[in-house]
Design a protein around this ligand. Structure first.
Ligand SMILES: Cc1cc2nc3c(=O)[nH]c(=O)nc-3n(C[C@H](O)[C@H](O)[C@H](O)COP(=O)(O)O)c2cc1C
Length: 211
């Protein structure tokens, strides 16, 4: 079966993408807007985009639950300040992350709503989630407008924070114990998530291929 996307209604277009492009990592975006209001919300249209410069990208749709459609609070704050933090979500924070996704009006601090402790970031004004296992302090690198009140936010990672217990050095090489992070991702279906397990090892091949 094939679907010409422009012939579909928006809900079906969206369904085709989010139920096939899986699993997706979750960016738990923390911002502080120009008025000093903190905000947190999860975004799974998210990935790393490069190492030099270290970039990540997040797709933010319009908030159509508000009259006439508006920017989501995260996007508004990023436009205002050019800064944001991204926390990765582990199993322990799954419920709190979900709580911060509810359509709270502007002015509600979802970090407080979810009972999350914060700590200051090193290079940006937005706070960090005190006990998140991995966090990135980001400066807006480019904003790609994709429609009314929707955009792809490309951030340059200025500082990476990882809990000490999963980082080490072996023979001078940086080692990260990824399974110990117990990160989760978004998968198909409403409320569907995956654990970051079921590891499959496929080593990269070199040319010329050996027989
Ligand atoms: C796991 C998860 C992933 C989400 N991913 C996205 C996404 O990629 N893009 C988006 O626009 N909204 C996404 N949402 C919805 C937003 O989190 C939701 O609209 C939230 O209220 C936005 O908050 P804000 O207005 O404080 O930024 C996601 C929600 C959940 C629970």
């Amino acid at each position: 079966m094939q679907f010409v996307m422009e012939e579909l209604d928006p809900a079906e277009r969206y369904k085709l993408l989010v139920n096939t492009i899986t699993p997706r990592p979750i960016a738990w975006v923390v911002t502080r807007d120009a008025q000093g209001q903190n905000n947190a919300a999860p975004y799974s249209f998210f990935n790393a985009m490069g190492g030099t410069p270290p970039l990540l990208a997040i797709g933010m749709a319009a908030d159509n639950q508000r009259e006439g459609g508006t920017d989501k609070d995260s996007l508004r704050a990023i436009r205002e300040t050019g800064e944001f933090a991204v926390a990765l979500v582990d199993e322990a924070h799954a419920e709190a992350m979900n709580l911060t996704a509810c359509a709270a009006p502007p002015g509600v601090d979802e970090l407080k709503l979810a009972g999350l402790e914060c700590r200051p970031a090193a290079r940006i004004a937005a706070p960090l989630i005190a006990d998140a296992p991995v966090q990135f302090e980001c400066r807006l690198w480019k904003l790609v407008e994709t429609g009314p009140h929707s955009a792809i936010v490309i951030g340059e990672v200025l500082v990476t924070h990882i809990i000490d217990s999963v980082v080490g050095r072996e023979d001078g090489k940086l080692r990260i114990d990824n399974p110990a992070l117990k990160l989760i991702g978004r998968t198909f279906g409403a409320g569907g998530y995956v654990r970051n397990s079921g590891h499959l090892q496929i080593d990269r091949l070199r040319w010329p291929l050996e027989e």
